[in-house]
Ligand binder design. Structure first.
Ligand SMILES: [Zn+2]
Ligand SMILES: [Zn+2]
Length: 293
């Protein structure tokens, strides 16, 4: 048997310099975007999608290599305010969330992650100063975080309560415990819980107007009118959280003041009164569950 003596990361395809198994591929689940350890064939199942908080499509599970993903899609950028760029894949891929690049005096932070890291995205981010740290709200957005971490030599900060959902090990992953984690003087990760036990939001106090900004992932879901938010255990299966859980999420977020909220999806931007909107929305949700109609 020939021995594989070196493995080079060529942006998805792992190519052995000598050996009988020349191509090892990173496959992503097309439904949720999660990447799996390199292999010759896709995994049998996607545990993230088999979990009740996601779903397996009626037509069955399917996969795409990171190379094919890069051939078929592009990332679009949006400047939301000073120091805040949204990054989203076009045409839509998997859950279709957006990631954010936050520029802070202590370095750029990648908040949440998307499956596609193509050469253009890599070059743009390097041009903007790289990434000093990656933080992700919950397992639905872990996607190809391992490749982003490697490309920018950045650690990935995940809440330890969700460690069982890490599908592809990486030496860049650093787990944190407890209720908050200070990423840098401007940025605090806050465990909101709810949708996932380790469900995390990012609080930024470095905005130009001096007001707090919340990056919410799926932990707080901004509704279409951008004047309410919601909280769910499973969004695709429309399964709510309990009164106790909603109350706990709202209580944890009440310790942090924020004016704006950037949700997981395009257009989900609360531009004013963010703290009040979260508190009021939680009260309304609890009222609906307890009182009903
Ligand atoms: Zn999946
Ligand atoms: Zn989610």
């Amino acid at each position: 048997m020939m021995k594989i003596i070196a493995i080079l990361n060529t942006g998805g395809a792992y190519v052995a310099s000598m050996g009988v198994k020349p191509i090892m591929t990173i496959f992503c689940c097309r439904t949720c975007g999660t990447s799996f350890p390199p292999g010759e064939t896709p995994p049998a199942t996607c545990p993230i999608c088999e979990d009740e908080r996601q779903y397996v499509p009626a037509a069955g599970q399917s996969w795409i290599s990171t190379d094919d993903l890069a051939r078929a899609h592009r990332n679009a950028w949006q400047h939301h305010e000073k120091g805040v760029f949204g990054i989203q894949t076009m045409p839509a891929f998997a859950i279709n969330q957006r990631a954010f690049l936050l520029q802070t005096p202590s370095g750029n932070i990648l908040w949440d992650c998307i499956g596609l890291l193509d050469a253009a995205t890599e070059a743009i981010i390097h041009g903007l100063g790289g990434v000093s740290a990656i933080a992700i709200s919950h397992p639905h957005y872990y996607t190809t975080m391992q490749d982003w971490a490697e490309a920018f030599a950045a650690p990935i900060h995940l809440h330890s309560a969700d460690r069982e959902w890490i599908m592809r090990p990486s030496r860049s992953i650093e787990l944190w415990d407890g209720e908050t984690f200070s990423l840098n003087p401007d940025i605090t990760l806050v465990r909101g819980g709810g949708h996932f036990p380790g469900g995390t939001v990012l609080h930024w106090r470095g905005a130009e107007d001096g007001k707090g900004v919340l990056f919410a992932g799926d932990i707080v879901q901004v509704t279409p009118g951008a004047n309410q938010v919601s909280f769910m255990w499973s969004y695709p299966n429309m399964l709510p959280l309990s009164v106790t859980e909603v109350r706990a999420v709202a209580e944890r977020l009440s310790r942090h003041s924020f004016e704006r909220i950037y949700g997981a999806f395009a257009g989900q931007n609360v531009l004013r009164n963010g703290s009040d909107i979260v508190a009021r929305s939680a009260e309304r949700y609890i009222e609906r569950l307890v009182v009903g109609r």
